[in-house]
Design a binder for this molecule. Structure first.
Ligand SMILES: NC(=O)c1ccc[n+]([C@@H]2O[C@H](COP(=O)([O-])OP(=O)(O)OC[C@H]3O[C@@H](n4cnc5c(N)ncnc54)[C@H](O)[C@@H]3O)[C@@H](O)[C@H]2O)c1
Ligand SMILES: [Zn+2]
Length: 356
């Protein structure tokens, strides 16, 4: 049982780590959250955890949407906003986001615009949302032109992390979060990385508490220093995501975010090695870890020419060069390394000939 304060001036809030969902009522009764509560969730999550929250809080309404990335659009937002109006939700009332990163992003966005901003509480139920999406106040939806193109920075009133919710999560979702935890290890914390190296794949659940806490501390520290992503500090979180995002959008149906980020981390550490920033061992260790946790680790089917094109249309591009976060060792990275696309292509083509 632990709580971490996210220091953001008047947007400061707590993350309650290791509390049970059933305790939500108790936490709420000790604070100022208005009279009315609305749970926003998707059908999968609500069917498992909805009743627990209802029992704990008492009088609460619910808005349930279909699961899936396709829901992150204006149509869903409008539906939710109309429901809030129908329920006569006022500014001092509270929306409870119960679900993964998708619910987090939609619910946060809706809360930031309905009546110019109402309270929201986050109860992230995927590993990815617990270590990443629920922290930092980024909300948003997609446009046909791309992901997360509309959104706000809007912080929750508090975040409640219940490790038990992860026990019902399918492994294909758990590994999406593992990819981000590997990233935290490489950018800031060797201990996390070594822990993942030491354990077997099937021992992941009993080690999640430690891994989640350490990951949250890293994200909170970065967000506190650069809440609105204006100082370049948050850029460190892009490790694995420059190449990874290119891979993901080149074939969104076949590459999940976690798989793409894992390939991105392997590729970017290989670039780091070839540029003389880190040893070959760093690349090999990242690759090995991805393999152990059943994340993609082979570039066989990747068409790098195509991916470079996608990367160049991505927001991380400055001028004709691509900006990378590259490892120096496990636990330390270099930000803002600019490389010409020809050179990237040359290095990445070599990775296909790697035997290990
Ligand atoms: N705001 C941010 O800073 C930020 C950061 C990273 C990712 N994101 C966003 O997060 C989204 C991805 O989030 P996600 O990976 O959590 O996906 P998700 O919200 O779609 O959840 C994945 C699936 O697991 C199910 N699920 C969730 N919790 C469960 C549980 N405890 N037991 C059983 N099933 C459960 C959901 O119904 C869904 O089908 C993307 O849209 C991405 O853009 C946002
Ligand atoms: Zn990510």
């Amino acid at each position: 049982m632990e709580k971490i304060k996210v220091n953001l001036g008047e947007n400061s809030h707590y993350i309650y780590i290791g509390r049970r969902i059933e305790e939500i009522g108790e936490i709420i009764r000790n604070g100022e959250f208005g009279e009315k509560f609305v749970i926003l969730s998707d059908f999968n999550v609500y069917s498992i955890y909805g009743e627990k929250i209802k029992k704990s809080i008492g009088n609460v309404r619910e808005i349930i949407i279909q699961p899936g990335e396709r829901q992150k659009n204006f149509k869903t937002v409008l539906r939710i906003i109309n429901k809030l109006a129908e329920f006569k939700i006022n500014r001092e009332d509270t929306v409870i986001n119960l679900g993964g990163g998708i619910i987090n992003d939609i619910g946060g966005f809706v809360s930031s615009i309905y009546k110019r901003g109402i309270n929201y509480i986050s109860i992230p139920t995927t590993l990815l949302a617990q270590v990443d999406a629920s922290i930092g106040g980024k909300t948003g939806i997609n446009l046909p032109f791309g992901k997360n193109l509309v959104g706000t920075f809007y912080q929750p009133t508090f975040i409640l992390i219940d490790f038990q919710t992860l026990l019902t999560l399918p492994y294909r979702e758990t590994k999406q979060g593992i990819a981000e935890i590997i990233k935290y290890g490489v950018i800031k914390n060797e201990k996390i990385f070594e822990k993942l190296e030491r354990i077997k794949k099937d021992e992941i659940n009993e080690n999640l508490e430690f891994l989640i806490k350490e990951s949250i501390k890293i994200k909170v520290d970065i967000v506190e220093k650069d809440e609105k992503e204006r100082k370049g500090i948050r850029e460190i979180l892009n490790f694995g995501h420059t190449l990874g995002h290119g891979i993901e959008i080149s074939d969104i149906k076949n590459f999940s975010h976690g798989d793409s980020v894992c390939l991105g981390m392997i590729g970017e550490s290989y670039i780091g090695y070839k540029k003389g920033l880190c040893s070959r061992e760093v690349y090999l260790r990242i690759k090995e870890l991805g393999k152990k946790f059943r994340l993609l680790n082979s570039f066989e089917k990747i068409n790098f020419e195509r991916i470079i094109d996608f990367m160049k249309h991505d927001k991380k591009i400055k001028k004709e060069k691509v900006r990378f976060v590259l490892p120096e060792r496990i636990g330390k990275v270099k930000i803002g390394v600019e490389i010409e696309d020809k050179e990237i292509l040359k290095i990445l083509k070599e990775i296909k000939n790697e035997k290990t």
